[in-house]
Design a protein around this ligand. Structure first.
Ligand code: NI
Ligand code: MN
Length: 228
């Protein structure tokens, strides 16, 4: 059994008997955050790209818990310098970790850290991630525009639950995300990366109304859970 908790924005927490894993734990400063970073206990953190709303509280959580941080190579190098224990990967690569498998996928976006002094640190290509836990494939798209890659992802790794951004402006909006669902053909889709700020305000119903086919749409409020 996999217990999934939506923590707000792009942060999603997964719990099985073997692992507690979070993707993109942006909690401090996230107006939608479902909990405080000081109370999130995890074994693994996956970070999709270098933007602050995705790295979020990775460094303090990793330092406090000793969690392994999995990220694209350049971003992993940056996070290692900040004191994290890391495992670098990159687009197209898959690895068995014992508690499950991770594969990084392409995302159509950018990736850089903007330091407090304004210096921009390039953190490689942005990614999505396919988590395989207990034989189920969970796809977190990270931040991305609509891309045909999604058809390949769904064909090669039939997706049980997809987490897709619908906020528009920086990523897919509702119509493009509904098209992504047609390409991916997941059993279930959860919209993410919306309503955190005015610029990505969306009614999730406008996404679910455009989803066609057999995919179930699960709209989770921050703190909302889904068990598969
Ligand atoms: Ni981003
Ligand atoms: Mn983002």
């Amino acid at each position: 059994m996999i217990e999934i908790t939506y923590l707000g924005h792009s942060a999603v927490f997964f719990k099985t008997d073997a692992v507690r894993l979070v993707v993109d734990p942006f909690l401090e400063g996230n107006p939608q955050a479902a909990l405080s970073p000081s109370t999130l206990d995890v074994d693994v953190i996956v970070v999709t790209h270098g933007h602050s709303d995705h790295i979020g509280d990775t460094v303090p959580i990793a330092k406090r818990t000793g969690a392994l941080v999995i990220a694209p190579f350049e971003l992993a190098h940056y996070l290692e310098k900040k004191g994290c224990r890391v495992h670098p990967m990159h687009i197209g690569g898959r690895r068995e970790f014992g508690w499950g498998k991770i594969k990084l996928t392409a995302a159509l976006h950018g990736s850089a850290v903007i330091e407090e002094n304004g210096q921009i640190v390039y953190t490689g290509n942005p990614c999505g991630v396919i988590l395989t836990l207990e034989g189920k494939n969970l796809y977190h798209a990270g931040d991305t525009g609509l891309t045909y890659e999604m058809e390949l992802i769904g064909r090669m790794h039939p997706i049980d639950v997809a987490f897709l951004p619908i906020g528009d402006n920086y990523t897919m909006g509702p119509a493009d995300a509904a098209e992504a669902v047609r390409l991916l053909n997941p059993r279930c889709v959860v919209p993410i990366h919306y309503n955190t700020w005015e610029v990505i305000e969306q009614n999730p119903e406008s996404f679910s109304n455009q989803v066609t086919g057999n995919t179930r749409v699960e709209i989770l409020k921050p703190g909302g859970k889904l068990t598969i």
